[in-house]
Design a protein around this ligand. Structure first.
Ligand code: ADP
Ligand code: MG
Length: 412
């Protein structure tokens, strides 16, 4: 299927023998060609094979599952036939929105259950018949214990963002959910990275899986420019303000490592800019959902966020992802910066760092195969490693750092 696809150019949904109502829905939402991950996985998913798939963020993994699974679901059987586990509520909402969008002209009902929302309402919706259920592990288990929810007709189990499930400590919950799937079923495992625990999980539960690895040498999207600026701690806020003023920031997510930092930066930024909001795991679910919706509609330009708000979310307008706090690990860098430059659009990742972050930075550059573009003076990696410093990127386009003299920074 691969070689074929390469020879004949991008595959089109119209050539796939899809149910007419599915094809009509895809047409309505403007999907005509399959993305590379969709091309590579379609035939396998349709045929019921187990699969391990690794692909860069924003590559269209949701529809890669959504299209063949909607094709396979039997609308007449009003039972859960596809179960999708995702690590966060926001991802659940986003996943189900994409599936519902794909299935808009079919009789197939997709629904999401997640914590922080009335279980009774979710329960009554489920009683009306749901074909594709998207769930976070905690709420699903709650419902398995406390409601008539049954998984006996599940034919396909999708584990999305498996590595994040692991990071969030959900692996035992995932194992429990899998243990509830007693009938023969297909398992599709999606993960950006493959830590040993995920490999073991796959080895235990997947039967003769096909492994699809896309662009692994280039974990980060290619249309993403990785900018870095070395700052002194007390100059960081000023540097951020300068950056936001100078660069053409249409919409940005600005990451901090804690709720407290998010709130602090939010307060500071509001004094300088309009259209600033903040989001973190401590907010009520309804508030988070409304913030996400406003951000998606471009009502909010600058969103200050913790990592909770980052994973897997698809905001197509985001032009800039800014690491105000240096990410705590290399994977966080990948996932944060994966919020922009989606589907081949141009995007910018800007990371502020202090000299104390240089060691971690080297690791991040290596793991993510990132070619850094330095704003201002590139750091001297030599001192610590004996290796040459990364070369100054092509678009140190703002020239040397502005050596503006200002009073004491407002940042501290
Ligand atoms: P991933 O899970 O790989 O990070 P998503 O599934 O969230 O990526 O998809 C990223 C974006 O691409 C979404 O906005 C989705 O609507 C869009 N998309 C997916 N497949 C197609 C397609 N075949 N044509 C056009 N847009 C697509
Ligand atoms: Mg995804």
């Amino acid at each position: 299927m691969n070689a074929e696809a390469e020879q004949s150019g991008p595959m089109k949904f119209a050539d796939l023998n899809l149910k007419p109502e599915l094809l009509a829905g895809l047409k309505e939402i403007g999907y005509t060609e399959l993305t590379p991950i969709q091309q590579q996985t379609f035939a396998y998913i349709l045929s019921g094979r187990d699969m391990i798939a690794m692909a860069e963020t924003g590559s269209g993994k949701t529809a890669a599952c959504g299209v063949p699974l909607v094709q396979n679901v039997d609308p007449a059987l009003r039972e859960i036939q596809v179960l999708v586990l995702v690590p966060t509520r926001e991802l659940a909402l986003q996943y189900v929105r994409e599936i519902a969008s794909i299935a808009r002209k079919t009789e197939i009902a997709a629904f999401a259950v997640y914590g922080g929302y009335s279980m009774d309402i979710q329960k009554s919706k489920l009683a009306h018949g749901v074909h594709i259920l998207v769930a976070t592990p905690g709420r699903l288990i709650d419902m398995l214990y406390n409601t008539p929810l049954r998984l006996s007709e599940v034919r396909t189990f999708v584990l999305d963002e498996a590595d994040e499930m692991l990071n969030m400590g959900f692996i035992d919950d995932v194992e429990f959910v899998i243990s509830c799937l007693v009938h023969e079923h297909q398992t599709l495992l999606f993960s950006a990275t493959m830590p040993p625990e995920i490999k073991r999980l796959a080895a235990r539960h997947l039967k003769d899986p096909v492994t699809i690895e896309l662009n692994l040498s280039q974990v980060a999207p290619q249309s993403l420019e990785h900018q870095f600026q070395l700052v002194k701690g007390h100059q960081r806020f000023e540097a951020l303000v300068d950056y936001l003023r100078e660069d053409e920031v249409k919409q940005a997510i600005i990451f901090c490592n804690s709720r407290r930092n998010v709130e602090k930066l939010n307060d500071q930024l509001r004094k300088e800019f309009k259209s600033v909001e903040s989001i973190h795991g401590g907010l009520e679910q309804s508030r988070r959902t409304s913030l996400f919706n406003r951000f998606r509609k471009m009502d909010i330009r600058l969103m200050v966020a913790t990592d909770v708000a980052s994973r897997g979310l698809d905001f197509s307008h985001v032009t800039h992802v800014i690491n105000y706090d240096f990410p705590t690990h290399a994977e966080a860098y990948t996932h944060r910066t994966g919020r922009t430059a989606r589907m081949g659009r141009k995007g910018f990742a800007m990371t502020f760092l202090t000299s104390g972050n240089l060691r971690e930075l080297k690791h991040i550059l290596k793991v993510n195969h990132v070619e850094p573009v330095w704003r201002g003076q590139p750091p001297d990696f030599d001192r610590s490693s004996g290796r040459s410093a990364p070369q100054q990127g092509r678009s140190a386009r703002k020239g040397p750092p502005r050596r503006r003299r200002r009073g004491p920074s407002r940042a501290t």
